[in-house]
Design a protein around this ligand. Structure first.
Ligand code: CDP
Ligand code: CDP
Length: 202
């Protein structure tokens, strides 16, 4: 069986958490496509040229824990505006989506560009303050020295860049179901997502 779930939305909306839970529930594979852009961003911070780095990207590059920092996230959003960087990453994502057994991909342009024919599309949002608060807790919980204001500024700056770029901007697909998780617990958001996917699976 081939079935793709596309989960898009702004920074720290809960895409990854929901995607992992949906994938586990249905026995699907999961790809966090943000890691592709973060891995290229990390290589650029280390001195690489963006397009060459995207073309040479290796799946093992995605397993690095240092990709989770705000500095790498910013670098990712800067290289993500480059059309040639994005096109170098399309094939890997589409092959992953087309695998047998079902797949969940989360990112910014999955429902609009990467998998326009996905069986289920979700657009996960929450207020910027709420998303920053959650990411702040996550980062400080891992021992990072950062303020809530810095996290909020990072989230807002990336969202603005992601929404305004010409190639594959962050925007809900026409047929995406919106989930605003501002006032939802993780369990409620996951339950809602599973319900939507189950309805599409029939
Ligand atoms: O993948 P994305 O950046 O969209 O978000 P995430 O990494 O799944 O979630 C960001 C943080 O918010 C994590 O620490 C989640 O545990 C938390 N979260 C939450 O508190 N409530 C939700 N409804 C969803 C996520
Ligand atoms: O976890 P969070 O939502 O904060 O970020 P991410 O999903 O890891 O994405 C990092 C950056 O990569 C985003 O701010 C986007 O600029 C870019 N990205 C993208 O352009 N397209 C995707 N499908 C996924 C991420």
């Amino acid at each position: 069986m081939m079935f793709t779930v596309a989960i898009d939305g702004p920074a720290a909306a809960g895409k990854g958490t929901i995607s992992k839970a949906v994938a586990a529930h249905f026995g699907f594979a999961h790809l966090d496509t943000g890691l592709l852009y973060r891995a290229v961003g990390a290589k650029v911070l280390a001195g690489a040229e963006p397009i060459a780095a995207a073309r040479a990207l290796d799946p093992v590059d995605l397993e690095d824990d240092s990709l989770r920092t705000p500095a790498v996230a910013q670098a990712a959003s800067e290289i993500a505006v480059i059309t040639e960087v994005r096109s170098a990453l399309v094939d890997f994502q589409q092959k992953f989506a087309g695998r047998d057994g079902g797949a969940v991909l989360d990112g910014r342009d999955i429902g609009t560009v990467i998998c326009p024919d996905a069986g289920a599309k979700l657009f996960v949002t929450a207020s910027a303050e709420c998303r920053a608060e959650r990411r702040f807790k996550e980062l400080t919980g891992k021992g990072m020295d950062i303020t809530l204001d810095q996290v909020l500024a990072d989230v807002k700056e990336r969202d603005a860049r992601d929404r305004s770029r010409e190639t594959a901007p962050l925007i809900p697909a026409d047929d995406a179901v919106l989930i605003d998780t501002s006032d939802m617990t993780i369990d409620q958001a996951v339950a809602r997502a599973i319900e939507i996917v189950q309805a599409r699976l029939g």
